[in-house]
Design a protein around this ligand. Structure first.
Ligand code: ZN
Length: 77
C-alpha cells in the first residue's frame, strides 16, 4: 500500500488513506504517526484486503504492470 492522503493532523499523529498499487483498492481513515517506521515499514508491508498483496511482497507467478507516475496534490510526504 502507499499513502494517498493525510489529514486530521494532531502533532505527530494523523489519519491517512492508503491505496493499493496493485489493484487500486483504498483503505481510508487509518491512524498513523509521522515517523520513518510508518512510511518505510508499516505502509509498504500492509497487505491489501482486496488482492492480498503488499508493496514489499512481490508476486512470483505474474509480472507486475508498470506503475505510472502521477501527480497527486494531496500527497504531503
Ligand atoms: Zn490490492
Amino acid at each position: 500500500m502507499k499513502i494517498s492522503k493525510t489529514y486530521d493532523w494532531r502533532g505527530e499523529d494523523f489519519r491517512y488513506d492508503a491505496t493499493c498499487e496493485h489493484c487500486g483498492y483504498m483503505i481510508t481513515n487509518k491512524e498513523g504517526k509521522d515517523d520513518f517506521h510508518l512510511y518505510n515499514q508499516v505502509i509498504p508491508s500492509m497487505v491489501c484486503p482486496n488482492c492480498n498483496r503488499s508493496s514489499s511482497l512481490q508476486p512470483t507467478d505474474e509480472p507486475l504492470p508498470p506503475i505510472a507516475p502521477e501527480h497527486d496534490p494531496n500527497i504531503t510526504i
